[in-house]
Structure formats: structure tokens, C-alpha cells
Design a protein around this ligand. Structure first.
Ligand code: SIN
Length: 501
């Protein structure tokens, strides 16, 4: 394989794939994933894509307003306007690639509602299989592109830097081959950070790899303290995996209630106007409070007033999974609890996905574009992937050099040895769960930061050329950025709820 390409994309979730497909076919693109395309948070997305699929200015304004309100007005309004106004064209582009959304008998798209939205504007596919279907259809579209090479089981370890310019990445293939790939443009699209916490709705491969490597290369970050917890991950004492099954907010969008273990519908105490459809930060914090007051670790999602047949058809993925756990939608109360879901901050970029390093872009969850503020509005994440990966691809097309500089930078020899990083990872998750989760206090944040610094120093001292070492290093660097930013943010706002001890 030629170790030089025009565009190197790290990550194969929606952002990475959509960027690749929009790069001009005259450019050679390498798309790298540390596992397979089928491991990504995009693939797990159920609810849908929030989009005003029209040119109606009033409806666009309402989407902007809902996004700003959910984000506690810490959003960058320019970025929010860009997201909403470019959203229609970006989703149209997806549709033109034969990605199918659900529609009614008259062939009109079906839209659902989720928390924080004032109207039904969330497009979905396969009922609750939006991410799965979008990635499946994009993969088909991608397979016809001769200029795109997909490299699987290859982990991006570190960016290669020359002055302030990124010229590629050092990768580890199949835990065995260690080499550099040089690129005129590099795009980080590595997704989320769920594994930094003890329980998450994310794919467990989400170890903050893009955050770690960007940090080591000198990228700027913003809003790292805003970690969103999804209110309704399925709760079960029997499931041991740290990955928790998501029950889409769209179930509440279709009318489900939340009840505490005493069967009281409690959201009126927290947001009388929007009740179960308040934004996620409010609902997760309310559930946390109810669990605390009732000495339990879950509440219930109540669909018993809804038609079981409708629920089964509308939410096939959720119905199947719940049935396997012994719960039938429409008949049983479903135990749920919050779990880590989404990082609202990240690598700072402009509206074209450009970072502060030359020739380096960041798109998707790993990026901070300014659209989410202190708390992301439901289903704005897939829209953000589409809009900003498209603008990054356009910027690449307009600025990529015609001539490839033949770079060859020597890379350090690193030791390689067998070491079990599981206890360190568990310790990171335990501290983040205890002190840097839905509710935080200064003392806990300081203790966590000190502990993480200790872990970081020992990892730094004993490098090891393995995927597990780099993942653990990325996890601790991500956790450190989150806790340090949380310590700096003194007031409670959005996802950051700080209490006095
Ligand atoms: C959901 O379906 O509830 C998750 C969608 C999102 O993360 O916005």
C-alpha cells in the first residue's frame, strides 16, 4: 500500500463516511477504523436526524431557538444558524445517496418529536434504526467510489506534526505493523468518549482517541466539561457490560411517561411546561434526584397507556431488545437510568471543521463547533455530522495541494510488552462516575484530577506499543480535560451541575 494519500480520515462513523463521499473523486482518500465500519456510535443512533426539511424561515428560527434554549445559550449562535440553515441541503444530499427515511402512505417523510423540540422535526429510518440504516446505505454508496480505500483494524496512534502543520498519522495495524501514513489533509472523525465512564450508551470502542491524539499534537479544546447523560438507558442488574442499551427519547416523543419507583409521574416538579420532553440535562438531573430521594438506582419508563402494536411497529429495535430482557412495550414498566451519552465540547473548529493546526480538521462528536452549548438538543448530533463533514469536505476540495510533498519522518522505536490495562481503565471509570458525572462538587473534581494525573504520569513513563496502551492513554487524557474544565466552570449550567459539599 502506498503510504501517501491526499486525504486521511480517522473514523468511520457518519461524519467520516459522509466526508469521504463528498471529497472530490480525483483525490485519493484513506478511511481508517481501529475495528470495523460496524462499530460506531452513529450506528447505534436510534431517534433520528433533527432537520427542518424545508425552506420555511419561521420553522428554521424555531429550530435555532430550541437548540439555543437546550444549550442554555452557551452556544455560538452563528454556528447554530449554520447548522440549521445548511441542514436541509445536507439531508437532501443523504437522500440523494439512496438513504431511506420513514414515510407515510402519501410518500411524505414522517417526523417525530424529542426532548427540547417545539415541533415534530426528527426524521427517522426503520422506526428506531436510523443510525444503522444510514450507515448501511452510505456503505453501499461508498463501495462504488474507486478513490476511497477503507483500512480496518488499524488504530491511529499519533498525528505527525511538522512545524504547525499536520502531515499525517502514525498507525498500528492489527496490533503488529507500526507505520506512518502521510496525507495532505487529515480529518479526525473518531467520535465519542463513552468508555471514559463506567456506564455509557456508546460503543465501547469510544475511548476518546481523537481527543487524546489532538491534545498531544497541541490542538485547542472548548467546553469539555459538558458531558451529556442520556436519561433512559435500560437498567438491568443482570447485564454486566458497561455498554447500556439506549431507549430512544423518541419513545417519550410518542407519549411515554417517566415514573419513580413509587410510580409517581415526577417531571412536573422539574419542568411543568415540557414534562418528559424537557431537554436531556433537565430530565437526567431530575431522574438523578428521584433515584436519590427513593434510594434506588432506576426509575421507570411507562408506555402502558400506549398501544403495544403501534409501539412494536414504531420501535422494532427497542421492542426486540426489551422483550429479550423480559419487558413488553405497552404492557410493562421499563426500568431505566441515565448513562453517559455525548460529549458536547471537543476539539475547537471553525465552520469548515478546521482546527488550529494547519491541514487538520475535526468533525462529528470529537469536534467543538459551537452548536451544542452546555447541552445538546436531541438528534442534532447526526445533523451536525452531516453539515460539518460536508463543509470540511468542501474546504478540503478547495484547498488541497496538487503536488504531494514526499515526507518521511523517522518514528521512535517503542517497547512492546504484555500488560493488563483493565484495572487502570476501571479506576478511571470509577472516579469519573463518582465525581465527574451528573452531579459534581469541587472536592471530588480535585480528587479526580489528582488521581488522573497520577495515572497519566505512570502511563507516560512506560510507553507500550499496543492498542490497549494508547486507548488507556487517550481515556485518561480525555478524563483529565473533562475534569479540569469542570473545575474551571464554577456555576451550574446545562450538563454541568455543581453543588457545594
Ligand atoms: C435518542 O434516540 O434518544 C438519542 C438520539 C440523540 O442522541 O440525540
Amino acid at each position: 500500500m502506498d503510504k501517501h494519500c491526499d486525504v486521511l480520515i480517522l473514523g468511520t462513523g457518519l461524519a467520516g463516511l459522509f466526508a469521504a463521499i463528498n471529497i472530490d473523486p480525483s483525490h485519493q482518500v484513506y478511511l481508517i477504523t481501529k475495528t470495523r465500519i460496524n462499530n460506531s456510535n452513529s450506528l447505534l443512533a436510534q431517534g433520528g436526524i433533527a432537520c427542518e426539511y424545508n425552506e420555511n424561515k419561521e420553522l428554521h428560527e424555531a429550530h435555532i431557538k430550541d437548540t439555543m434554549r437546550a444549550g442554555a445559550y452557551l452556544n455560538d449562535e452563528k454556528a447554530v444558524r449554520y447548522l440549521v440553515d445548511k441542514g436541509f441541503a445536507a439531508v437532501k444530499k443523504l437522500v440523494s445517496l439512496n438513504v431511506n427515511f420513514d414515510f407515510d402512505r402519501e410518500n411524505n417523510f414522517l417526523f417525530t418529536r424529542e426532548g427540547g423540540h417545539s415541533t415534530r422535526r426528527v426524521l427517522h429510518s426503520g422506526g428506531d434504526a436510523t443510525g444503522f440504516n444510514v450507515i448501511r446505505d452510505l456503505k453501499k454508496a461508498l463501495s462504488t467510489r474507486k478513490n476511497i480505500k477503507i483500512i480496518t483494524n488499524t488504530m491511529a496512534l499519533d498525528l505527525i506534526k511538522k512545524d504547525n502543520k499536520i502531515i499525517g498519522c502514525i498507525v498500528l495495524e492489527q496490533e503488529a505493523k507500526y507505520y506512518s501514513i502521510y496525507a495532505k489533509k487529515t480529518i479526525i472523525a473518531t467520535g465519542g468518549i463513552g468508555s471514559v465512564y463506567g456506564s455509557t450508551t456508546n460503543d465501547l470502542n469510544a475511548t476518546g482517541d481523537g481527543i487524546g491524539m489532538a491534545y498531544r499534537a497541541g490542538c485547542e479544546f472548548q467546553n469539555m466539561e459538558f458531558v451529556q447523560f442520556h436519561p433512559t438507558a435500560l437498567y438491568s442488574e443482570h447485564i454486566v457490560s458497561r455498554q447500556r442499551f439506549l431507549i430512544s427519547e423518541a419513545v417519550r416523543g410518542e407519549g411515554a411517561y417517566l415514573r419513580n419507583v413509587e410510580h409517581e409521574r415526577f417531571m412536573e416538579k422539574y419542568d411543568l411546561e415540557r414534562m418528559e420532553l424537557a431537554p436531556r440535562d433537565i430530565v437526567s438531573q431530575a431522574i438523578y434526584r428521584e433515584m436519590y430521594d427513593t434510594w434506588t438506582d432506576h426509575v421507570y419508563l411507562d408506555t402502558t397507556h400506549l398501544d403495544p402494536k403501534f409501539l412494536e411497529k414504531r420501535f422494532p429495535t427497542i421492542s426486540n431488545f426489551c422483550r429479550k430482557q423480559g419487558y413488553i412495550l405497552g404492557l410493562d414498566l421499563i426500568p431505566v437510568a441515565p448513562a453517559e451519552h455525548f460529549l458536547c465540547g471537543g476539539i475547537k473548529t471553525d465552520l469548515s471543521g478546521k482546527t488550529n493546526m494547519d491541514n487538520l480538521y475535526a468533525i462529528g462528536e470529537v469536534a467543538y463547533t459551537g452548536v451544542h452549548g452546555a447541552n445538546r438538543l436531541a438528534s442534532n448530533s447526526l445533523l451536525e455530522c452531516l453539515v460539518f463533514s460536508y463543509s470540511a469536505a468542501m474546504d478540503v476540495n478547495n484547498t488541497v495541494d496538487t503536488v504531494m510533498e514526499k515526507n518521511e519522518v523517522s518514528i521512535n522505536e517503542l517497547p512492546n510488552y504484555n500488560y493488563n490495562y483493565k484495572p487502570i481503565r476501571k479506576k478511571i471509570g470509577d472516579y469519573m462516575d463518582e465525581h465527574v458525572s451528573i452531579v459534581r462538587n469541587e472536592q471530588g473534581l480535585k480528587l479526580t484530577k489528582r488521581t488522573l494525573e497520577g495515572i497519566h504520569d505512570s502511563l507516560d513513563k512506560y510507553p507500550n506499543l499496543t492498542k490497549y496502551y494508547y486507548e488507556t492513554l487517550n481515556m485518561v487524557q480525555t478524563a483529565l480535560l473533562i475534569s479540569s474544565s469542570a473545575l474551571e466552570r464554577k456555576e451550574s449550567i446545562g450538563c454541568h451541575l455543581i453543588i457545594k459539599q
